[in-house]
Design a protein. Sequence first.
Lengths: 103, 124
Amino acid sequence: SYELTQPPSVSVSPGQTATITCSGRKWGDKSACWYQQKPGQSPVVVIYQDTKRPSGIPERFSGSTSGNTATLTISGTQAMDEADYYCQAWDGVFGGGTKLTVL
Amino acid sequence: QVQLVQSGGEVKKPGASVKVSCKASGYTFTSFGITWVRQAPGQGLEWMGQISAYNGNTIYAQKLQGRVTMTTDTSTSTAYMELRSLRSDDTAVYYCARDHRGYDLSHYYYMDVWGNGTTVTVSS
């Protein structure tokens, strides 16, 4: 088995770009997805199949993969984006989660 | 609308079993799988396994093999997750989620609709 490593925390000022990474496997032909979870709520998928955004997810959320790293980028971060973010691999493994703080 | 409604919270003693239900509505139940995920207090998400609502095929997390069983009842569009020989570290919120698995230039797997969560507390 393997682990997916995410930074435990990321801080960003409102309006700036937040970048959250997920490493630990060679992505290649295996895609990543990302979930947002706010306190007391169920997770919500914000990116699937590396780069796709579900309907209703703002355009400021984007995703990419390169080599061993999948990346979630939030451009023009807003206070409402403050949450925990989890990456997930195609075989179900979750990253440890990143707490995004919007200062 | 598409939704998954889970059964209510449970309190169990160590060694007991728990069975959580997840009733789907608003979509064709057999066209998707159901994934189960748990989250211990203050911790991250842990994938438990997945069941195809189409044919009942299951995949379980290695650490839960032998203790977990996932089933579906297509007549009621309900999925079930049973966990046996409960321990204190099984205390968690248990989620069901509708999943998408396949291949489209790359292998993919994600969950787009999540249940409301069921709190299972294991305590003597």
